[in-house]
Ligand binder design. Structure first.
Ligand SMILES: Cc1cc2nc3c(=O)[nH]c(=O)nc-3n(C[C@H](O)[C@H](O)[C@H](O)COP(=O)(O)OP(=O)(O)OC[C@H]3O[C@@H](n4cnc5c(N)ncnc54)[C@H](O)[C@@H]3O)c2cc1C
Length: 397
């Protein structure tokens, strides 16, 4: 049996199923043509003009703004539908999968902010991103504020009808090709008191600079630092209430953490599929290596772990849809999916032997990519802290 096929059974709504069909046809057709025309690989990423083209095409195909609230043109999908759609997109193995719905720099970044945005902010920031005309990134992390996000040192000081921002953000996804950023900065007057606020900051403002000279282990330069030096922004760029920055950023953390899982599992599925194909094709000692029990058991373990991770992802999505999920639910899903996906990628490299180690082979890339998810959006240790805190809190006793 090949890896479990989802084509005969889809756990989501009919609308989501239709959406997946459209997305897959877009990825296999138009998007693949763009990839071939520009020689885009996982390693290379894509330059901004190509991304502009991809976002515009995705929007024209009715895919780009699907995650937005209904009033902004979103489809109003449930969380279950959403994870199934994302999983299907990532399972294609397309190097531009993250741009089909604009996850790095598009609508998913601003959907939740629409509730706090003023009409002016809707016009200047949210709607251009929703239309795929502008790209946005979300900047919290700093040199001294990683897992402890509330420790941000970037300062925003009020000066008449402006704020003046100073500080350095690092590891910001999508920063190299962004037009604007949501920046979480300290607005506290007292160094001993934590108070953070969220701001829209345009790239074209004097004092806003991107440093994108480093690559992550996954190769692409999709991550960069944002340097703010006496960067003046209108006070009207403050998002929501002053002092509620981190709350705003983490407000949807349960959903956001879960929504990383389908990307990991989509990639893990690609690693499994490639391993099955390799085990069938590669011959040693006069037979396909898939005939060796050692290889069969690795494939079996990969498939089992993937099925378990997927079941946890879907049950967590159901709990979120029912309004009964806690932070620990999403942390368990993120922890288990990221750790499982990496173990699957590791076994995939083993099944491929030397071919899996050579740079340029897909499983070698997936191994590096999936290693990163154990750190991103809260490390595995931070997820365990969240789970344990909930287990040990008086309410659970
Ligand atoms: C590719 C990539 C993209 C990213 N994109 C973004 C982005 O778009 N926006 C953004 O703001 N940030 C982004 N980040 C930053 C990311 O969120 C942080 O890297 C992550 O939160 C961990 O912070 P840190 O790297 O400072 O590690 P640290 O917090 O320094 O952690 C180092 C180690 O200490 C452990 N540790 C820390 N505190 C505890 C604790 N209390 N208990 C137990 N162990 C602990 C950690 O688990 C880890 O093992 C990105 C990072 C990467 C690598």
């Amino acid at each position: 049996m090949a890896s479990p096929s989802r084509s005969d059974f889809f756990e989501g709504s009919t609308e989501a199923r239709e959406f997946v069909d459209r997305a897959l046809s877009f990825i296999g057709g138009e998007l693949q043509a763009v990839i071939e025309a520009h020689g885009i690989t996982y390693e290379s990423g894509a330059p901004r003009p190509v991304l502009d083209e991809v976002w515009a095409r995705s929007r024209a195909a009715g895919l780009y703004g699907v995650t937005l609230p209904r009033e902004l043109g979103g489809a109003g999908f449930s969380v279950v539908d959403h994870v199934l759609i994302k999983e299907a997109i990532y399972t294609t193995g397309s190097p531009l999968a993250a741009h089909v719905m604009g996850e790095l720099s598009g609508p998913p970044r601003v959907g939740a902010l629409a509730r706090s945005a003023t009409p002016d902010q809707m016009e200047r920031f949210i709607l251009p991103v929703a239309r795929g005309e502008k790209a946005i990134c979300f900047a919290i992390t700093e040199a001294e504020a990683g897992s402890d996000a509330g420790a941000v040192q970037t300062r925003a000081v009020r000066d008449a009808d402006e704020f003046v921002l100073n500080g350095t953000k690092r590891f910001i996804s999508g920063a190299p090709f962004c037009d604007m950023a949501v920046v979480i900065a300290s607005t506290s007057q007292d160094p001993d008191r934590r108070e953070t606020s969220a701001f829209f900051v345009e790239r074209m403002r004097p004092g806003f600079r991107i440093e994108a000279g480093y690559k992550t282990m996954a190769g692409q330069s999709g991550t960069g630092n944002i340097i703010l030096e006496d960067c003046r922004i209108p006070a009207t760029n403050l998002i929501g209430d002053q002092g509620k920055g981190l709350a705003l950023a983490l407000g949807r953390i349960t959903v956001n953490r879960l929504l990383h899982c389908p990307a990991m599992l989509g990639h893990a599925q690609v690693a499994l599929d490639d391993s099955i194909a390799h085990a069938t094709r590669r011959r040693q000692f006069g037979q396909a290596i898939g005939g060796f029990q050692a290889i069969q058991h690795q494939l079996a373990d990969m498939a089992t772990e993937l099925a378990a991770a997927r079941a946890l992802m879907l049950s967590t999505a159901q709990r979120i849809d029912k309004g009964i999920a806690t932070r620990a639910d999403a942390s368990m899903a993120k922890l288990f999916c990221s750790e499982s996906a990496f173990r699957i990628a590791d076994r995939a490299v083993q099944v491929h032997g030397g071919e899996g180690i050579v740079q340029g082979s897909r499983v070698e890339f997936l191994f590096r990519l999936l290693r990163m998810y154990r750190v991103l959006t809260g490390t595995s240790e931070i997820q365990r802290n969240t789970i344990a805190q909930e287990l040990l809190s008086p309410a659970s006793a």
